[in-house]
Design a protein around this ligand. Structure first.
Ligand SMILES: [Zn+2]
Length: 1026
């Protein structure tokens, strides 16, 4: 029987229980004050400071100097190694003894040359368990090392989390001592905490909350903190409460340990390697103590890092992977950005990721796992499916600033119609704490009540790593089946999704992209990273194509598979969801740009080697033996730059066959004329387009010559630069807010008026420059090439701004409710109006190489070579060029930028006007090299303009096989024939992991391989070559 409370006063009873476990109030007499018993100082502590992150074996050789608790170490990003000598007092027999270590840096304990425990105060890990029950036979004297990173869980932001790091911060060692840990007090504290939270969260409307209240109150009555023998009675009351069960219909929470580690963000890549080790070794310790604990872990790259740097820990992880408790998820190389990587890059994330998991752990992941990126391409479902994955977990759309996404569990259908079962944990977090609040939120927020009775709850400190704690496990263990709370089971993604699949008849379907209504500045921030990404995607494509041609042409050629794997992995790493979006600190930007330089240097060398294997190679300077490589699957006629006399170059118009090489033979074609009029305006014409440019470089008119159709809207100016104030609410590098649109200022101040640079021949060009502000200028060359249906704008900007956004606008004579944007292996439409909140939330959107605005019979495409931010409102097409956020990189985007965009008016639909092909042409330059080709070579061609042969590569680990990837780009059902001049022994359909599919034989005709496509379908072929 409970003791009757004195008054009927819920508040005093609740606060009495709260104070009983408070770590602030009454710790002299409450239960919390008894969590730790006696303490004992360390025998000695000495330290060694290192600017670099050095291995353990090197660190322990160094000269350690005496230091004290209370000392501070630094500066930021250095490492302090501590040698800790301790002796456990004999008198602590049968006690649980911890090394208690508190510091604001991130620590790793090393014992017997192995990492054994991460210690991070921010991650609530301040104890290393020396023994759970001290025996006389155990060693009492122990030497440990603690590797302390001079950075916090979230780096070292100066003043706020996302501010640029403070390079001079010191990190204090606040506590380092031996302490007796009272397990019985710890258990009882957790009981109290859960009961108190149930009282608070169920409120006064639920009788169950009052039952928890009276249970807690009676436990306080029974419990004397000074007398541990009184604890058992209190504990059994709690256990009785927790054991009162639910009915059968209760929601089931699938709890999974998790630790989201950003591969680089507010800290550099190198620190992430240690974050992985600290977090995962702690997981292993918890697994040893808690036999049911399951942990989900993504990103093959992070496993690869731990394998290389911590082989002992990696083999422990492998052991728990085999047991099904340390569960690799995601299937990708890193958790990449969901918007900006190309279609082929997306495929490579799965190819490299899944192959890694298969090689190391003998399994392919069944779930795509991307809880924390800034939107999800509508092409992802098909790419997942092609990589052996039909399930997807994220939660980021809960960050939407405007609209609440209507589902938690649903089928997500991509642009080709592929569905994947998708789950957003309704608790809206990937870093829960196992608290009552998390469980109640999971049930309450579930927008598919009655449709889906199972949800995930991912618990563990995340972003900066850390992972789960014993306390989180203890909390969840208590409420496995407690009346009025959801049922909780330690689970795995496979168990959760299997449950959802088995009962999915009521689930809704969402078609198209998962657009995040936030962080829309990430399409533009850190322009050099974006440029590096695009150029390196193109370069690796070209290296692969050229190497495949060389492989087929010359027996002695060795395909650079290892080098290409290395370069791809650097590119993929930089596509991590805080690197390519530009939401990282300056140190990460420097690393990323260096990786792009490595890809450019090595990639260019590999390309040259492959090209030179394609034909006889006359000695340098012998004759005019210049050859051109076209890696795209259509014939191209373009103006290229050739080496001229001395250091000069000259221009020539050449024709190169599809996926092939040709000797340069210059063509006599209609030429371009450029004329300056008396009023200072300039006319450019190439037989296809006729442009009129004013003195400030603006397009006053752009006519399609054949039909005399005007592109620029009446009274408007194309190529109009405009500058906006760009001050978001908080997330500086991430966000551009709707209100920035109200601050538009046209950039019209002339530095140098438009003048003719090239007046004719195969190319005409005009240059001018404008002042953006006292510190920033634009120089531009407007180029019209012979035979080219677009006008090109080569742009150089000196950019020294703060919180400004530079764009270029084209008001065009087109009326359409939707604009079209290229995405991975396809395109989609978004509105040009602001009817509903779902429409106006997309005031700034992403696209890849082109966007198009068309009405019946006429349209305009805006192409680019390295930009991703677009907007089309009414008839104004805008390309986002540069931003100037100050956090987390205080110098983001400062300096000189070069980029190109182009405007292409066209008759008919953009598909028939070859907008897609021309956008490829703008991005994939014809490669000119010194070599002699006896006759033009064309390795592949496709007879349908709708089908793009995107990728030609050597099959992974099969030297005599090529993989070709094609996709339908128009959004149509077509049959196409792929022709090849190469000798192909066998051909198979295969999936994106290059596994042949014997059930669908390839249909070969005399013309080639016949392929059918549904709209936006991706097809891969495995060709066995002679
Ligand atoms: Zn993240």
């Amino acid at each position: 029987m409970y003791h009757q409370p004195v008054l009927k006063n819920r508040r005093t009873l609740l606060e009495r229980a709260e104070k009983f476990i408070s770590d602030i109030y009454f710790t002299d007499c409450n239960l919390r004050g008894r969590l730790f018993g006696d303490t004992h100082p360390l025998e000695s502590i000495t330290a060694f400071l290192s600017e670099k992150r050095i291995p353990y074996s090197e660190a322990i050789q160094q000269n350690f100097q005496p230091c004290n608790v209370g000392d501070a170490f630094g500066p930021t990003w250095w490492t302090c190694w501590f040698k800790v000598v301790l002796k456990i007092p004999e008198a602590w027999r049968e006690k649980e003894v911890h090394l208690r270590w508190e510091s604001d840096g991130e620590g790793m304990v090393w014992r017997d040359h192995q990492p054994v425990q991460g210690l991070t105060k921010e991650g609530e890990k301040t104890s290393y368990i020396l023994t759970e029950c001290l025996k006389d036979s155990e060693p009492h004297g122990i030497t440990l090392y603690v590797e302390l990173a001079c950075n916090g869980l979230f780096g070292a932001g100066q003043g706020s989390m996302i501010a640029a790091p403070d390079p001079k911060r010191k990190f204090t060692l606040q506590k380092a001592e031996l302490v007796v840990f009272n397990q019985d007090v710890s258990e009882l504290l957790t009981d109290f905490e859960m009961l108190v939270d149930i009282v608070k969260l169920l409120g006064e409307g639920e009788q169950r909350g009052f039952q928890a209240l009276f249970t807690a109150n009676e436990m306080v009555n029974l419990c004397d903190p000074a007398n541990p023998s009184s604890f058992a009675a209190a504990r059994s009351l709690a256990q009785k409460f927790f054991a009162q069960k639910n009915g059968e219909s209760q929601h089931v929470v699938h709890a999974m340990g998790h630790c989201h580690i950003d591969s680089a963000w507010l800290w550099p890549y190198e620190e992430t390697i240690r974050k992985c080790a600290r977090s995962w070794v702690t997981v292993i310790r918890l697994m040893e103590k808690n036999p049911e604990f399951v942990f989900t872990c993504s990103q093959a790259q992070q496993f690869q890092w731990v394998k290389s740097w911590y082989p002992g820990l990696f083999s422990e992880i492998k052991r728990f992977v085999q047991k099904g408790r340390f569960i690799p998820v995601g299937g990708t190389w890193v958790e990449m950005d969901g918007n900006l990587p190309s279609g082929e890059s997306m495929v490579r994330h799965f190819l490299h990721g899944q192959n890694f998991f298969k090689d190391e752990f003998g399994l392919y992941c069944k779930e795509f796992w991307l809880p924390d990126t800034f939107g999800y391409s509508a092409q992802l479902p098909q790419i997942m499916k092609g990589s052996g994955i039909s399930r997807f977990l994220t939660q980021k759309l809960s960050w939407n600033l405007v609209n609440t996404f209507p589902h938690n569990t649903f089928f997500w259908e991509g642009i080709d119609g592929t569905p994947v079962l998708t789950h957003f944990p309704p608790g809206n977090s990937y870093g829960m704490m196992g608290k009552v609040e998390d469980l109640i939120n999971t049930v309450k927020n579930n927008k598919d009540k009655g449709r889906a009775n199972h949800s995930a709850a991912l618990f563990g400190f995340g972003d900066g790593g850390g992972g789960p704690t014993q306390l989180m496990l203890d909390r969840l263990q208590r409420v496995r089946d407690t009346d009025c709370l959801p049922k909780v089971q330690m689970s795995s993604p496979d168990v959760l999704f299997s449950q959802l699949e088995s009962d999915s008849s009521l689930l809704c379907t969402w078609v198209g992209e998962l657009f995040l209504e936030l962080h829309n500045g990430t399409y533009t921030t850190q322009a050099k990273i974006k440029l590096g990404n695009r150029q390196c995607e193109v370069l690796l494509h070209d290296v692969e194509v050229a190497s495949c041609l060389a492989l087929c042409k010359r027996d002695s050629f060795k395909y650079p598979a290892c080098k290409l794997q290395e370069l791809w992995r650097l590119l993929l790493l930089n596509q991590f969801h805080d690197v390519i979006p530009g939401s990282c600190i300056e140190m990460v930007v420097e690393d990323a740009l260096q990786y792009y330089d490595e890809i450019r240097t090595t990639g260019s060398r590999l390309l040259l080697v492959a090209c030179e294997s394609l034909g006889s190679f006359p000695g340098k300077g012998v004759g005019s033996s210049t050859a051109v490589l076209n890696t795209l699957p259509w014939e191209r006629t373009e103006v290229i730059s050739l080496p001229g006399e001395g250091t000069k170059t000259r221009l020539a118009l050449v024709r190169v066959p599809s996926v092939g090489v040709a000797q340069v033979t210059e063509m006599a074609e209609p030429t371009v004329s450029v004329t300056m009029m008396v009023d200072g305006t300039i006319m450019m014409e190439n037989g296809l387009l006729k442009a009129t440019i004013d003195q400030t470089g603006r397009l006053m008119s752009l006519l399609l010559v054949q039909t005399n159709r005007e592109t620029i809207s009446q009274g408007g100016f194309g190529n109009q630069f405009s500058l906006f104030d760009d001050v978001p609410l908080y997330w500086d590098a991430w966000d551009v807010m709707d209100y920035h649109l109200q601050t538009r200022k046209p950039v019209i101040e002339l530095v140098e008026p438009a003048k003719v640079v090239r007046s004719g021949g195969v190319q005409g060009s005009v240059s001018f420059s404008l002042r953006i502000s006292g510190n920033s200028t634009i120089r531009q060359e407007i180029i019209l090439d012979a035979c080219c249906p677009y006008i090109k704008f080569n742009t150089e900007v000196d950019w020294e701004e703060a919180h400004k956004f530079l764009k270029v606008e084209f008001p065009v004579q087109v009326r359409s409710p939707n604009a079209t944007y290229e995405i991975q292996f396809g395109h989609l439409q978004r509105p040009t109006h602001r009817n509903t909140s779902w429409d106006w939330a997309r005031f700034e959107v992403w696209g890849h190489k082109w966007a198009d605005l068309s009405e019946h019979g006429f349209g305009v495409a805006l192409l680019n070579d390295s930009k991703y931010g677009y907007s089309v409102h009414e008839n104004i097409m805008t390309l986002s060029l540069l931003r100037a956020p100050k956090a987390p990189d205080a110098n983001a985007d400062m300096g000189c930028h070069n980029f190109t965009y182009a405007l292409m008016p066209h008759t008919g639909p953009f598909q028939e006007a070859s907008v897609i092909q021309y956008a490829y042409n703008l991005n994939f330059p014809l490669r000119v090299y010194h070599g002699a080709i006896s006759e033009p070579l064309s390795a592949f061609s496709v007879n349908s303009p709708a089908v793009i042969l995107e990728t030609i590569k050597q099959a992974e680990r099969r030297e005599n096989a090529l993989v070709l990837r094609l996709h339908e780009s128009h959004g149509s059902s077509v049959t196409a024939t792929l022709s090849t001049s190469l000798l192909v022994k066998e051909a198979w359909h295969c999936d994106l992991l290059e596994r042949p599919d014997p059930s669908t034989p390839v249909s070969k005709t005399s013309a080639g391989i016949s392929l059918t496509f549904k709209p936006f379908q991706i097809r891969s072929l495995l060709l066995i070559i002679e």
